[in-house]
Design a protein around this ligand. Structure first.
Ligand code: C2E
Ligand code: CA
Ligand code: CA
Length: 287
C-alpha cells in the first residue's frame, strides 16, 4: 500500500511506500553498523570446495563471507558487500577476510602437508584501488606462514579491464610474489581473453550462467557447450586454468570434464561450509 505523505521536508506531497522505506532503513542500518560489527567479530567465513573434474580430488576452497547478525540472523554477502563497497568498509572487511582465510589455509597445510589445498579469496574492485592490498597480502602471508602459491585472489573482469597504473602494478606485484590471480564470473563482462592473457592472470572462473545453459544444451541449445569448449581450449592455449562455477549436477560435471575444464565448484560437490566441516572433508578425502 502506498500513502501520501509530506516526506520530502519541502512541504511537497510525495508517495510513501512503507515497504520500500523499511528496506531503505534496513540498508542504512546495515551500512552504518558494518565497521562496528567487524570489531565485534560478527563476520564468519564459509568455504566451498574446488574439485578436480577428472578425479574429484580437492584442489582448493573459496572463502565466502557471512554476517552473523545479532538481530537479522545470518546475512549472505549479497546483502552487505555492495554497501561495504559504497561506504569503504570493504577495505577493513576485505583485509579481515584475507587474514582469516590465510590463517585457515595454513592450518589445513599443517594438518596435511602432503596434500596442500589453496584458498581462494574474493577481492573487491575498491580494495585494489583504495587499500595497500599488496602490502596487506605480504604482511598476512608473512604472519601466517602460508606459501604464496596457496593463495588465489579472485578479481572480476571489471576490476582488471582497462587496468593501468595502480591496479596493474598491484596485479604484477602480487603475481611476482607467487600469488595466483583468477578472473571471477568470467563471461559476464567484456570477456576479452586476448587482453587478459597480457595480464598476470593464471585462472578463469567461468560464470555460472554458462554452466546453467548446459542443462538444456543437448536438446535445445548446443551452442552453449560449443562456446564453453572453445573458451576452455583458448584459455588453455593462453596458459590459463579454468574452473567452472555452479556445477549442480552429475551430467554437467561430466560434460565439463569432457570439454577439458580443469576444476569445478558447486552444490553437486558441496555447499559452502564452516571450516571444521571442510577439515572433516579433507581427512575423508585423504583416506
Ligand atoms: P561468487 O564469487 O560468484 O561466489 C559464488 C556464489 O555462488 C556463492 O554465493 C556460492 O554460495 C554460490 N554457489 C556455489 N555453488 C553454487 C551452485 O551450485 N548453484 C548456485 N545457484 N549457487 C552456487 P554467496 O556465498 O552468497 O556469495 C555471493 C557473492 O558475494 C560471491 O559471488 C562474491 O561475489 C561475493 N562475496 C562473497 N564473499 C566475499 C568476500 O569476502 N569479499 C568480497 N568482495 N565479495 C565476496
Ligand atoms: Ca568468487
Ligand atoms: Ca563467481
Amino acid at each position: 500500500t502506498l500513502y501520501w505523505a509530506k516526506a520530502d521536508g519541502k512541504g511537497r506531497w510525495t508517495l510513501f511506500d512503507p515497504e520500500r522505506n523499511a528496506h531503505r532503513v534496513t540498508r542504512q542500518a546495515l551500512s552504518s553498523t558494518l565497521r562496528p560489527a567487524l570489531d565485534r567479530g560478527e563476520f564468519a567465513l564459509e568455504y566451498q570446495p574446488i574439485v578436480g573434474l577428472d578425479d574429484e580430488t580437492l584442489h582448493g576452497a573459496e572463502a565466502l563471507v557471512r554476517w552473523r547478525h545479532p538481530r537479522f540472523g545470518t546475512l549472505g554477502p549479497d546483502r552487505f558487500i555492495g554497501l561495504a563497497e559504497e561506504n569503504g568498509a570493504i577495505v577493513p572487511l576485505g583485509r579481515w577476510v584475507l587474514e582469516a582465510s590465510c590463517r585457515q589455509a595454513r592450518r589445513w597445510l599443517d594438518d596435511r602437508p602432503h596434500n596442500p589445498v589453496y584458498v581462494s579469496v574474493n577481492v573487491a574492485v575498491r580494495q585494489v584501488w583504495d587499500s595497500d592490498l599488496v602490502a596487506d597480502v605480504e604482511r598476512i602471508l608473512d604472519d601466517t606462514g602460508l606459501p604464496p602459491g596457496l593463495l588465489q585472489l579472485e578479481l572480476t573482469e571489471s576490476a582488471v579491464m582497462g587496468s593501468a597504473g595502480r591496479p596493474l602494478q598491484a596485479l604484477q606485484a602480487l603475481s611476482e610474489m607467487g600469488v595466483r590471480i583468477a578472473i571471477d564470473d568470467f563471461g559476464t563482462g567484456y570477456s576479452n581473453l586476448a587482453y587478459l592473457s597480457r595480464l598476470p592472470v593464471r585462472a578463469l572462473k567461468l560464470d555460472g550462467t554458462f554452466v546453467r545453459g548446459f542443462r538444456t544444451a543437448r536438446h535445445e541449445n548446443p551452442a552453449d557447450e560449443t562456446i564453453v569448449a572453445a573458451l576452455v581450449q583458448l584459455a588453455h592455449e593462453l596458459g590459463l586454468t579454468v574452473t567452472a562455477e555452479c556445477v549442480e549436477g552429475r551430467e554437467q560435471a561430466e560434460r565439463l570434464r569432457g570439454i577439458g575444464c580443469d576444476t569445478g565448484q558447486g552444490y553437486y560437490y558441496a555447499r559452502p561450509m564452516p571450516a571444521p566441516s571442510l577439515t572433516a572433508w579433507l581427512s575423508r578425502a585423504s583416506t
